[in-house]
Design a protein around this ligand. Structure first.
Ligand SMILES: [Zn+2]
Length: 301
């Protein structure tokens, strides 16, 4: 699982910082999460292939999370994209994008599918044979969802030495990987545990931006491997966090701790502070494994 931070600062694009966007690579799939201004440039800087993006998840319709979207859609068009593009985001996103395309007399040579979200309960919004994506209903000034990305349990791993020892033909391998026992010609049954190893445990990544401190999300994010949680403010500005429905670093760490999450990535920093290290310092008073997102930073777990 690889997360590339394209942007992780609140509000406006600046000389050295970008608004929110990140790429999650999981089981050979590449998902774009939020798409603030500058996302295209950041994709290029980080040498990420535009054509691999087929699913875009937008948390909410504040500009710093999606003002890069119509530009990216337009670039896909100029790059002669043919693959379908799926966009998951709050109700209204379809109208916004189509209106911009209409009045710029633009069209896409590929199919655009909008999956508009309205539910206040967590729901499955994407699923294939390897990955499942659910919403995490957040509490912010407008309708907002985080996203939970879960790997599906993979097949058991074949113990090659063992299957060779019993001269098992390759055509039975998939059944064995699915967990079945194997019966030899002499009628002796070989237990699956002797022929396979446990699969790699599936990983989970939860993305939560923007939100105020919200304990209702705990059942959805509990025990995830990595939590990205916004921390717009430091404790000295806790009142501002409350007023604007954002979180402090300590609140982000408290949510992680209560959800039994070991690894926390902080982001969505207000640019009013001298150093983002201050966010880590505060969060580390609650949780030991705190990482700081920063533009261009890559996390591999
Ligand atoms: Zn927001």
């Amino acid at each position: 699982m690889k997360i590339t931070i394209l942007g992780c600062y609140a509000a406006t694009p600046r000389t050295l910082t970008n608004p929110t966007s990140q790429i999650l690579e999981i089981k050979n799939r590449m998902f774009l999460i939020d798409c603030g201004e500058g996302t295209q440039v950041q994709l290029r800087k980080n040498k990420l292939r535009f054509s691999k993006i087929n699913h875009i998840f937008i948390s909410h319709l504040h500009g710093d999370h999606f003002y890069g979207l119509v530009g990216l859609i337009s670039t896909f068009m100029l790059l002669n994209r043919k693959n379908d593009l799926h966009i998951y985001g709050p109700n209204g996103i379809k109208e916004i994008i189509l209106l911009q395309l209409k009045y710029s007399n633009s069209y896409t040579g590929y199919q655009l599918y909008f999956h508009e979200l309205t539910s206040k309960e967590s729901e499955v919004i994407f699923e294939d044979n390897k990955v499942i994506v659910k919403t995490i209903p957040l509490k912010h000034r407008i309708y907002t969802n985080g996203f939970l990305f879960e790997e599906k349990i993979s097949d058991r791993k074949l113990n090659i030495d063992s299957v060779k020892k019993y001269n098992i033909e390759t055509c039975y391998y998939q059944k064995i990987k699915n967990g079945t026992n194997f019966t030899l010609n002499n009628g002796v049954e070989i237990k699956n545990e002797e022929l396979t190893f446990d699969p790699i445990p599936p990983k989970k990544y939860a993305y939560c931006s923007d939100t105020q401190y919200e304990e209702n999300i705990l059942p959805i994010i509990s025990n995830v491997d990595i939590l990205y949680h916004e921390s717009t403010f430091l404790e000295m500005d806790a009142k501002k966090a409350k007023d604007t429905m954002h979180s402090t670093a300590i609140e982000a760490a408290s949510i992680a701790k209560k959800a039994n999450v070991k690894k926390l990535i902080l982001g969505h920093y207000s640019t009013r502070y001298d150093s983002i290290e201050l966010f880590r310092k505060e969060a580390e008073t609650i949780l030991s494994e705190v990482y700081l997102a920063d533009d261009g930073k890559v996390f591999e777990f």
